[in-house]
Write a protein that binds this ligand. Sequence first.
Ligand code: UD1
Ligand code: CA
Length: 456
Amino acid sequence: MSIRIVVLAAGLGKRMKSALPKVLHTVGGKSMFVRVLDAAASLSEKPPIVIHGKNPDALKASVSNRVINWVLQSEQRGTGHAVLQALPYLEDSELVVILCADVPLIKTETLQRLVETAKSSQGFSVLTVTLDNPEGYGRIFRKEDGTVEKIVETVDLEEGDQKIAECNSGIFAIQAGYLKRWLPNLNERNLQNELYLTDCVFFANEEKVKVVSLSVENPTEVLGVNDRKQLAQAERVFQSRIANNLLESGVTLLDPSRLDVRGELLLGRDVTIDVNVIFEGRVVLEDGVYIGPNSIVKNSEIGENSVVREHCVLESVSVEADCRIGPFCRLRPHTRLAREVTVGNFVEIKNSLIKENSKVNHLSYVGDADVGERVNIGAGTITCNYDGANKSKTIIEDDVFVGSNTELVAPVKISSGSTIGAGSTVTKNVEENTLVVSRVAQKSIAGWQRPKKDGT
Ligand code: UD1
Ligand code: CA
């Protein structure tokens, strides 16, 4: 039986009070919509059907690289009405997995199990969840044989039934043939005057089709996000899930509740992550890497045993093994540090290569530079790479020593083995093994009297 994914995303999401469509708000750095598509992606080779409302431009733009079968639901008349719009695109024999785009933490394994329960029964299963506070959810009523008798929305419950704690998660696996037979017969005879998808259970029972269920163990997996409180809750659930996975995979987290992963984190053995670290995009940390407190690492790779100390910001950089970085340093895009490089405090590096064993220890700006091996860049060195219109390159060859408080006015090349005296402004290329000093010669005036304040 082939699988077809249908994602309901036509709701307005008014309670978010946002200009952004609700399902484009992110959890763990990825939109809820994309999380749901990703969770379901491996279930079916066919493109997912997404039910959207009016003005779907932002939704469509957010997944412009994917093949999606977009279907308009021009009026939001309920979940049953939403799925009704998908019927022309379904084949009777397909098993349809219906998902909500605002239930972002659903796991692929759970969807697979839901599919199995439907397949091993009569092609209709519902994912349920038992909640301490079921208010607002549709409740599950069971028959004596354990199959589902009906699902009743909170507002439609009769007195006394409010205490039922087992709820409809909103996620179903159901044969398309049933949907085609039953959905056109739905009616709006309920307190919300909506066409309820859940009423399919009624038709199933009329035709003696068994409705089976699968219950999620952890209710957070089907947490629905309607407002910013629930969004924040979903974010915390997601982050603690990630932190647990990291701990299980052998990473040391000084505090699992003070880590945020907003992307993909790939880690070697014995990695240590201190508190309040944020990872964004794709980050690779090889064996033995340490990331210090309050650092932000985005789209970067850090080689074995390198240390990033506290308060560093790294974006799109590649760091080889055994480097020492920070505290307080900023590595900007297209920076490459070769092995055993040291970058100290208050250093900014952009679009530069620093080769093995070189040091930029304090208070420097290195931009658009190629720095050779065993180079020492003194405190307060600035590559003047920008003339107000164009960027130019600075080349510093192997074994150069740049004294403190030096400006290197690009384009400029310092050849290997040369020394730049402290306080120099270098505007011309420097030959190999040469000393360049461009500061004003020191003047000494013996017995100099400082001026005195008038009237004293
Ligand atoms: C629905 C279920 C309820 C379940 C709950 C779980 C029904 C009748 N009720 O209630 O049993 O406990 O989800 O969260 O199915 N949508 C559309 N078009 C519409 C209406 C909704 O696309 O016309 C989409 C929404 O964008 C959302 C999903 O369907 O992704 C669920 O809709 P929502 O209104 O949130 O359903 P609930 O009232 O919460
Ligand atoms: Ca509703």
